[in-house]
Write a protein that binds this ligand. Structure first.
Ligand SMILES: C[S@@+](CC[C@H](N)C(=O)[O-])C[C@H]1O[C@@H](n2cnc3c(N)ncnc32)[C@H](O)[C@@H]1O
Length: 247
């Protein structure tokens, strides 16, 4: 399966140019200060092209972004920011952190328990007692109630156009959704790209999140949304925001 290949990564920032990263990073900064008032160092795990890392750094945190995908990492490193970026294989260079976050579906890309537990245990190994873990993931009750749908998204920037057609295959027994993206890009009359990618994402339920977190040495604090971190999600919330503290 190809996920985040070079052609997709080259279009990633354009594809998500409508995502309100600034407002979300401001909410995250508020959440970090509320939960962990002395927090200074933040790891942004699965940092992608580094947008949250750049913004959290502008909010005054010392940020290290960790990313397995070399194409993503190259774009993150090209940002004008004091945040630092490391390949996943070098994550142990991070000696310690006050907060570890994984944002915008990173945890839903961890479709097997061993990958997720490896992440949680690594986060545990870097955090102090009561250190803060924040991540979002797809919320099972919402995905099962709403059901994934075929969608399309069009983005235009000057003469450049991008069209992404999304066809999901709901694998209910596995609590995953295989998403096939066909991406077309063109400039005026010239086709720049036409390719397909598959992304497998997992959704989670509250009991399993609690169990996975406990297994890795964390206590679940809140299950909510980025807009309202302490208000429990409903079947209307496709994504849930989880906060947990290291025990
Ligand atoms: C939707 S992107 C989000 C990127 C970034 N956090 C953002 O908000 O733009 C999902 C990211 O998860 C990363 N990812 C997937 N599996 C991962 C894993 N096992 N460990 C760390 N990162 C992973 C991908 O490389 C990709 O950068």
């Amino acid at each position: 399966m190809t996920s985040f290949g070079p052609a997709y990564v080259a279009l990633y920032d354009m594809l998500y140019s409508d995502k309100p990263y600034e407002a979300e990073a401001a909410r995250l900064a508020d959440l970090i200060r509320a939960e962990s008032p002395d927090a200074r160092r933040v790891v942004d795990y699965g940092t992608g092209t580094g947008r949250y890392a750049q913004l959290l750094s502008a909010h005054g945190f010392e940020v290290v972004g960790v990313e397995p995908n070399p194409h993503m990492l190259a774009l993150a490193r090209a940002r004008d920011t004091t945040a630092q970026f490391l390949p996943l294989a070098e994550r142990d260079q991070v000696e310690g952190s006050d907060v570890v976050c994984a944002l915008f579906d990173v945890v839903s890309y961890m479709t097997d328990n061993s990958t997720l537990l490896d992440f949680l245990r690594w986060a545990h190994s870097r955090l102090p007692f009561h250190g803060l873990l924040i991540f979002d993931c797809w919320y099972g009750p919402a995905v099962q109630t709403q059901g994934p749908e075929r969608r399309w998204k069009e983005v235009t920037q000057k003469d450049r156009h991008l069209l992404r057609l999304t066809s999901p295959e709901h694998r209910r027994d596995d609590c995953t959704v295989l998403i096939r993206h066909r991406v077309l890009s063109w400039e005026r009359d010239r086709v720049l790209g036409d390719f397909t990618e598959e992304h497998l994402l997992r959704y989670f339920f509250a009991h399993e999140l609690r169990l996975l977190l406990e297994n890795a040495g964390f206590a679940l604090s809140t299950l909510g949304t980025l807009q309202a971190p302490t208000t429990p999600p409903t079947v209307g919330n496709w994504s849930t925001l989880v906060t947990a503290h290291r025990r």
